[in-house]
Design a protein around this ligand. Structure first.
Ligand code: DGJ
Length: 735
């Protein structure tokens, strides 16, 4: 069956992936009505779901004449506008020159095209081959203003993913101000679902929260100019009884790294509407006749196989059709980062001594974090001055890079391109290059200000400096940090009536800078970071294959942070390092082995002073590296199963990687506490072939896949807190 079809007679659109169907219908008065999204329903149009009733206080469009059953206030719509008789949360709001704000969107035409639509200057999923995806472009028009709204759908049948975005064209003759243009809206016929979202704070990101939908509006949002530590732009709606292994689950991921809003409203008759897109706060975008505006993309997936099934769809889709980096599935260099080892206190000899130890341990890369440039001895100064601090690095950065390269290690470098310190040469020379509201005192954060990267000359100045250093020194990896929320939102370069564009233009500026980086240096390994995981979103993954997951490196806290992150993002995207104990963020102590097992569920590395490790710790580290290399292909390319979670009141948290060919599996986790007179904890594995035989690589014992999945595997008996769990099995039946 075709990925996208339109029945001329019934005017029903059907979008199909291997296991899901999406339907909508052009109905009376050319309104586009949403019919269904969910499990495959065979070759059947489900317009019978729409039941027309006359409801009090739910009015009718004029075109409906005396038909009091046709009300936009209750019909499920594909993309609705305000001022149009629909009192629910709508997808679009505009302001016209005469001060009115109504918008009535009606079907005009559509086009079905091979391949995947692209968005200008915005991240989006792509099709490597034209037959991987099909695009549907439906034009809705507001007759009175001439505004045309293109609803864009990208259907990826094999991935079970449908993307949505909106392109607005002012085909009228007057300026229209867009005040809200969400990337998508979706109506569900009932409210019998839970909403799962991922909230948090700096150093404690993406904590999973699950709650039943309720009448009124549930929302997650960011107004911080970034997708934020506080809420993640990824939301799941699922059956009340959906579990890891079963139940109906919908995922909505916004590929955008700025202000966002996801609103879920349950209406008067228990219908649910979800809208997602750029946050309308401080957002207006003026469109002159002929101008267009594109929203970011929402990546939707549906799974009948529970939360685990949904996560695996996202992991596969992002690895194959979102992350562009050539490193996406290839082994990443195992690195040591000097941040927690030295903070700002280092010189080239100290750094080189860490690099030498790294070489001795078998690591692949040394990463120089914050503090190598300008007058940067604390976090009070220096940002914006991307020239090497030769007092710390005698002979310059290139000399150090050459010495590290001489060891046979790669060299990585930290930068924070969007920022400037008040105490910096850049700020002294260009005080107007920051975001600052005229006549008001600025809000400060970590002594740094947001550069006004809505301005091209600012972007170019910073990127010229940074790219020059990468080029000159032969840098192999960049960690791009961003350490404050965006504030003082006003650009001296934009007129008063365009200030509502600043937040969005800031994000477009970030994307343009990152695009330059990845285009100019296609072999560079690029890691994103915003004070850890403050910008962990699908948009960033379009540019970088990995993101520093959190500034919290405590293995115990990482269990919930990485667990939450795994719902919407591939494991290979989470930067995870073994750090020193007592942990610098929490003061807690966990065994070295446990820190390594937890960091192995991500892009593995070390973040401690290697020169201070004991001989015994070094021997352990060598073994950790060896073991990580063994399971790395599973981490990068395999299927991931959350066997238990941190909210289950169990004494263990266990996850499992299975290779796509089901020949190898690794079972990893942590026993939280030692028990007196202990229980025997049996864990059921997942994702194996029941009839195949798997050998435990440590004990040599052979099990059937069915036994491991149905009869369970006894977890180790723990002595002490936070003990590591690690089993590796290989298929040995010769098949
Ligand atoms: C925040 C990052 O998340 C840390 O890893 C480190 O790079 C610091 N910034 C440096 O200022």
């Amino acid at each position: 069956m075709k990925a996208i079809s339109f029945d001329e007679k019934t005017r029903v659109f059907s979008l199909r992936t291997n296991n899901s169907v999406y339907q909508m219908q052009v109905r009376d008065y050319n309104t586009l009505i949403h019919l269904y999204y969910g499990a495959d329903v065979g070759d059947c149009e489900v317009d019978y779901r729409i039941v027309m009733l006359d409801r009090g206080f739910s009015g009718n469009p004029y075109e409906a004449g005396d038909d009091r059953t046709f009300s936009l206030d209750v019909l499920p719509q594909e993309y609705s506008g305000y001022g149009n008789g629909d009192y629910r949360i709508n997808a679009m709001e505009c302001e016209h020159e005469d001060g009115s704000d109504a918008i009535a969107l009606r079907y005009l035409r559509h086009e079905i095209k091979p391949g995947k639509y692209a968005l200008e200057g915005l991240p989006a999923m792509f099709a490597r081959e034209a037959d991987e995806a099909t695009t549907l472009d439906i034009t809705l028009a507001d007759a009175a203003s001439g505004l045309q709204v293109h609803l864009l759908y990208g259907v990826f049948p094999k991935l079970d993913v449908i993307t949505r975005a909106v392109r607005v064209l002012n085909a009228g003759e007057k300026v229209v101000k867009i005040k809200r243009a969400m990337s998508m809206a979706m109506d569900f016929p009932n409210m019998h679902m839970d909403m799962i979202h991922f909230y948090g704070r700096h150093a404690m990101e993406r904590q999973m929260e699950r709650m039943p939908l309720h009448h009124g509006v549930a929302l997650v949002e960011s107004k911080r100019g970034t997708s934020s530590h506080q809420h993640n732009p990824f939301v799941i709606l699922c059956d009340h009884n959906a579990s890891e292994r079963s139940g109906s689950c919908y995922g909505f991921a916004l590929a955008y790294s700025g202000n966002f809003r996801c609103e879920v409203e349950v209406d008067q008759i228990d219908q649910t509407r979800l809208v997602m897109g750029i946050h309308p706060y401080h957002f207006t975008f003026g469109l002159r006749p002929g101008e267009t505006f594109e929203t970011p993309e929402v990546i939707m997936a549906y799974s009948e196989h529970g939360l685990g099934g949904l996560s695996r769809l996202y992991h596969d889709a992002y690895r194959s059709n979102l992350i562009r980096s050539r490193y996406v599935t290839s082994p990443r260099p195992i690195l040591v980062n000097n941040w927690e080892a030295t903070y700002f206190q280092f010189d080239d000899e100290k750094l080189f001594s860490i690099a030498k130890e790294a070489k001795d341990l078998g690591l692949d890369m040394f990463v120089l974090d914050d503090g190598w440039f300008g007058k940067r001895d604390t976090d009070c100064s220096g940002l914006g001055d991307w020239t090497v601090n030769e007092q710390k690095l005698s002979g310059g950065l290139k000399r150090l890079v050459d010495r590290v390269h001489g060891l046979g290690l790669k060299f990585g470098l930290w930068v924070e391109p969007e920022m400037v310190s008040e105490d910096s040469e850049l700020y002294r020379q260009h005080p107007d290059w920051v975001l600052r509201v005229p006549g008001r005192l600025m809000s400060r954060s970590r002594y740094q200000l947001n550069l006004d990267i809505t301005r091209k000359e600012v972007r170019d100045h910073v990127m010229d400096q940074i790219c020059g250093i990468i080029e000159e020194c032969g840098i192999d990896y960049i960690k791009w940090d961003m350490n404050r929320s965006v504030d003082n939102v006003y650009s001296a370069a934009l007129s008063a009536d365009r200030q509502g564009e600043v937040f969005h233009r800031y994000v477009l500026g970030v994307y343009e800078m990152m695009e330059r980086l990845v285009t100019q240096f296609p072999n560079l390994l690029f890691e994103n970071c915003s004070g850890g995981g403050g910008r962990f979103d699908a948009g960033m993954l379009y540019y970088s294959p990995q993101i520093w997951c959190s500034d919290n490196t405590d293995a115990r806290d990482r269990l919930t942070i990485q667990y939450g992150t795994s719902f919407g993002y591939p494991i290979s995207t989470m930067g995870a390092h073994v750090s020193a104990c007592p942990n610098h963020q929490t003061g807690c102590t966990t065994p070295f082995e446990t820190r390594a097992v937890v960091a192995s569920a991500g892009t593995f590395g070390f973040e401690l002073d290697l020169t201070r490790m004991t001989a015994e710790e070094k021997a352990q580290a060598r073994e950790q590296i060896r073991r990580y290399r063994e399971i790395e292909p599973l981490v990068l390319c395999g299927d991931y199963y959350r066997l238990t979670g941190p909210y289950e009141k169990k004494n263990y948290i266990v996850w499992q990687f299975v290779s796509k060919d089901k020949r190898e599996t690794a079972v990893c986790g942590v026993m939280l506490h030692g028990e007196a007179n202990p229980h025997i904890h049996l864990i059921d594995l997942d994702g194996l072939l029941p009839q195949a035989r798997y050998q435990d690589l440590d004990s040599g014992r052979v099990y059937s896949g069915a036994a491991l999945m149905k009869a369970g595997l006894p977890l180790p008996i723990a002595r002490g807190d936070c003990q590591p769990i690690l089993f590796r099995f290989k298929r040995v039946d010769g098949e």
